[in-house]
Design a protein around this ligand. Structure first.
Ligand code: PMP
Length: 396
């Protein structure tokens, strides 16, 4: 059995980190991986997490199994965050939420659920998209297609191409949308464009699956979540995966959730019962710690305020790095226009660097980026940015 098995292809992004780790240059910089580092280049442990954990340590409790759909206090807190505490979907009990193993786990639950109840639908993801989207839905048994998204010429969204495709695919198709902070491009739709997408999705009977892995990294918790609320209020079925990996800097605790919006409370109860079956046959029930930390932080007014402050700090620092990136390149490479970088949102930028330029950055300067030119702006800081800019100016 095992002796005939071929080596699987290397994960492209993790491969960058392996090469980075093996590099002996003390000035090396990893702009490849999607992790927020602080201005000292360190992964932060948020103060709100430290305090929530201190509270939990004071009243240590035994570790029985959680319910299949996770910690009730966590699911409630997620729902209020994602849809708004006063929203009709929450008040009318039209939304169900299950704790999941990170955003990835939430996507997998949604994919498995959809495969059971929409087995013949196909999935449409943006071109390009987070590299795991295709693999996740394919491994759930779906055919995965691309709708046009990034326009290299304008460094923005090919909105006409996207809309044309959404207008032409079969009704009942599953459309995966990045709710905010598009990964990998950083190019988001405008409010007006979102309304057009919502209109096409609703009138054509498409199934929207909103992936929100970066709530709070774009313009703020409220405004980043606006699209989710607009879809939820529109009335049809909506799938929402969200993740606290980035917003709580809890990558390794695997805290995310899947929410499904139904037409009414009775339908929602049936949906939840089936979602629980999907969870039960995947991993039975989720782990306690990460969910408890997030639930504790979100439920306490003091910790919640602290979280919002710390999240704003991360968001503002990224934005400052975008501005510094553009400003410094203006000085050092005036023939090139990088203004688009400040219009992008979230942790990433499709920088426009070519594969040959990315290769040179790695080989000559030990600066690691993704072959597509994607850089993680959250890996830049006041200490390394001058080195990065000088190197980019040389390879341009
Ligand atoms: N969706 C997108 C768009 C992402 O970028 C990521 C993480 N890089 C995820 C989902 C998965 O999140 P998690 O790490 O919580 O599994």
């Amino acid at each position: 059995l095992l002796n005939a098995i071929e080596m699987a292809p290397r994960d492209p992004i993790l491969g960058i980190t392996e090469a980075f780790n093996a590099d002996k240059n003390p000035n090396k910089i990893n702009l490849g991986v999607g992790v927020y580092n602080d201005d000292n280049g360190k992964l932060p442990l948020l103060e709100c997490v430290r305090k929530a954990e201190a509270q939990l340590m004071e009243k240590l409790s035994p570790r029985g199994y959680l319910p299949i759909d996770g910690l009730a206090a966590y699911d409630k807190a997620v729902q209020e965050l994602v849809f708004g505490a006063d929203s009709a979907v929450v008040k009318d009990k039209r939304a169900v939420t299950a704790q999941a193993i990170g955003g990835t786990g939430a996507l997998k639950l949604g994919a498995d659920f959809l495969k059971r109840f929409a087995p013949n639908a196909q999935v449409w993801i943006s071109d390009p998209s987070w590299e795991n989207h295709r693999a996740l839905f394919e491994s759930a048994g779906f055919t995965v297609n691309n709708y046009p998204y990034y326009d290299a010429a304008t460094r923005g969204v090919n909105f006409a191409g996207m809309l044309d495709t959404l207008k032409s695919i079969p009704s009942g198709s599953i459309v995966l949308l990045h709710a905010c902070c598009h990964n990998p491009t950083g190019a988001d739709l405008s409010d007006a464009q979102w309304l057009e997408v919502l209109n096409v999705v609703t009138t054509r009977g498409l199934i929207p699956f909103l992936d929100m892995a970066y709530q709070g990294f774009g313009d703020g918790i409220e405004s980043d979540g606006k699209v989710v609320r607009q879809f939820a209020e529109a009335g049809g079925a909506v799938f929402v995966s969200n993740s606290f990996s980035k917003s709580f800097s809890l990558y390794g605790e695997r805290v995310g959730a899947l929410s499904i919006v139904s037409s009414n409370a009775e339908e929602a109860a049936r949906v939840l019962s089936q979602l629980k079956r999907v969870i039960r046959t995947n991993y039975s029930n989720p782990p306690i710690h990460g969910g408890q930390v997030v639930a504790t932080a979100l439920a306490s007014p003091e910790l919640r305020a602290l979280w919002e402050e710390e999240l704003a700090g991360m968001r503002v620092r990224i934005r400052e790095m975008r501005q510094a990136f553009v400003q410094k390149l203006k000085e050092q490479a005036p023939a090139h226009n990088f203004d688009f970088v400040t219009a992008q949102r979230g942790m990433f930028s499709y920088s426009g660097l070519t594969k040959a330029q990315v290769d040179r950055l790695r080989d000559e300067f030990s600066i690691y980026a993704v072959d597509t030119g994607r850089i993680c702006v959250a890996a830049l800081n006041t200490k390394n940015i001058d080195y990065v800019i000088a190197a980019i100016a040389k390879v341009l």
